[in-house]
Design a protein around this ligand. Structure first.
Ligand code: 5AD
Ligand code: SF4
Length: 444
């Protein structure tokens, strides 16, 4: 989501004459788009700010000004305190105020005074951001459709930093996807902290579900692939699950966090679902789409987690058999209910549990990758690989795939015979004699 937000911020500043630079050291304006989800991510901001400040000082000695902005959830959570700790910062802007960024930049540069925007404005920022420009862009693009969260898991800062759940209007999303399609996008990933709780207003005046929105987006001819992330198990309704079987453009990949494998810990996390609920959902998803690649998020070392609780997490991961997963040590976040709980788990125990669960997931991921060797997969070619003459793309299961081929094929979907799997990617050859899936230009 931060990647998407960064793109929108850059586009919003284009009207003021700003353009992206490949050389951060020479930037007139540096924006750090930050994450507050775990302590490590939040602390990185200050070490990075140290580097940016030195650069600002060097440029000042050379007679040039540099504006420094901190955006994202650290900005939201810490507000003006950031300027107290890092006085070189000129602008602090929370995720709900990006449509005001251009004005904040103008004000900071004319007045020389620090600007802070961290309130949750009543207006919809998406309606106030400039429409996405018609320049040639990526093959695979993100579109935020939903933001914020009302679930209040006890470990999580999202409900406080991103605010209450909000869904964009369906027509606005369709327009954005059509514009992305017109500039070359073939794959769209719909984003939201709780994307499957999407309930944006439809053109018919009634709220649309995520399934309804996906079906509408699938009608755009040159969009060939749809994905969405991140989902909550409780909001995985039957209509959405059935789509995995019914809609060929919906890719066979689902990221569905379960966080912890014991009902006791899930309750303390306020996840509002049980282990049985989770397993029921994934069984239904697999019935709809047997080859689905499942992914998840797992937290180890939540306060009060015993060895037995952790074994239950390992057992659930073993049963579910993931194609990949993101695993985290619990990180106490200021202002969240779990941060104040007794029985915090010692760092050493967290480290050992993380290592154990990562080893299991790694094995599962490799087994999933090995099982695709020998298959012919559709690969969306997204760009050049590291080696000359090599292209890089993604399989339907989101695996990275390397093939030999000319750059002219970027943006096409090729049938690829998968020859081998290495720890982080697959290699294959483009099937000989295969006909390209020609992109169809959308009428917009
Ligand atoms: N500590 C560790 N991991 C966390 N996550 C969210 N909050 C915390 C925290 N306090 C993880 C969850 C979530 C993912 C985006 O980050 O697994 O799904
Ligand atoms: Fe955070 Fe996700 Fe829980 Fe919402 S559902 S509070 S975003 S972990």
């Amino acid at each position: 989501m931060n990647q998407y937000d960064s793109e929108r911020m850059a586009e919003a500043l284009a009207a003021q004459g700003y353009a992206l630079t490949a050389d951060a050291a020479e930037a007139d304006l540096v924006i750090l788009n930050t994450c507050h989800i775990r302590e490590k991510a939040a602390e990185k901001v200050y070490s990075e700010l140290g580097r940016v400040r030195l650069n600002k000082e060097r440029r000042r000695r050379e007679g040039r000004d540099t504006l420094i902005a901190v955006a994202g959830c650290v900005a939201q959570a810490e507000g003006a305190e950031i300027m107290a700790r890092a006085p070189a910062v000129d602008i602090v802007v929370g995720p709900q105020s990006y449509h005001r960024l251009a004005a904040l930049v103008a004000k900071a540069s004319t007045t020389g005074k620090g600007q802070v925007a961290t309130e949750f404005p009543a207006e919809d920022k998406f309606a106030h951001l400039p429409a996405r420009p018609q320049r040639k862009g990526q093959v695979s693009a993100f579109v935020t459709v939903q933001e914020g969260c009302d679930k209040f898991c006890t470990f999580c800062v999202v409900p406080y930093t991103r605010g209450a759940e909000f869904s964009r209007d369906a027509a606005e999303i369709v327009g954005e996807v059509e514009r992305l399609a017109a500039r070359g996008a073939r794959e769209i990933t719909l984003l939201g902290q709780n994307v499957n709780a999407y309930h944006g207003g439809g053109p018919d005046g009634r709220p649309w579900t995520l399934a309804r929105l996906l079906r509408r987006l699938a009608q755009i001819p040159s969009i060939d692939r749809l994905r969405y992330t991140t989902s909550h198990p409780l909001d995985m309704d039957d209509e959405l699950i059935a789509l995995f079987g019914d809609e060929p453009k919906l890719m066979p990949y689902l990221h569905l966090p379960f966080q912890a494998g014991s009902d006791r810990i899930l309750k303390a996390m306020n996840r509002k679902h049980s282990i049985a609920d989770y397993e029921k959902v994934i069984a239904k998803v697999r019935a709809a789409r047997p080859d689905i690649a499942l992914s998840t998020d797992i937290i180890v070392g939540f306060p009060g987690e015993t060895d037995r609780d952790f074994e239950a997490t390992m057992a659930l991961a073993a049963r579910a058999n993931f194609a990949q997963a993101f695993t985290f040590k619990y990180s106490a976040r200021p202002g969240t209910p779990a941060a104040g709980l007794e029985r915090q788990v010692p760092e050493q125990v967290k480290r050992e549990r993380l290592y154990a669960v990562q080893s299991l997931i790694d094995e599962q991921r490799r087994a999933f990758d090995r099982a695709t060797v020998g298959q012919c997969l559709d690969v969306l070619l997204e760009g050049s690989g590291r080696k000359p003459g090599q292209l890089y793309g993604r399989s339907p299961y989101l695996q990275a795939v390397h093939v030999e081929g000319p750059e002219g094929l970027i943006g096409r979907i090729a049938a690829v015979d998968i020859l081998a799997s290495s720890p982080n990617s697959l290699t294959g050859v483009i099937k000989s004699g295969f006909e390209w899936h020609e992109p169809v230009q959308a009428a917009v």
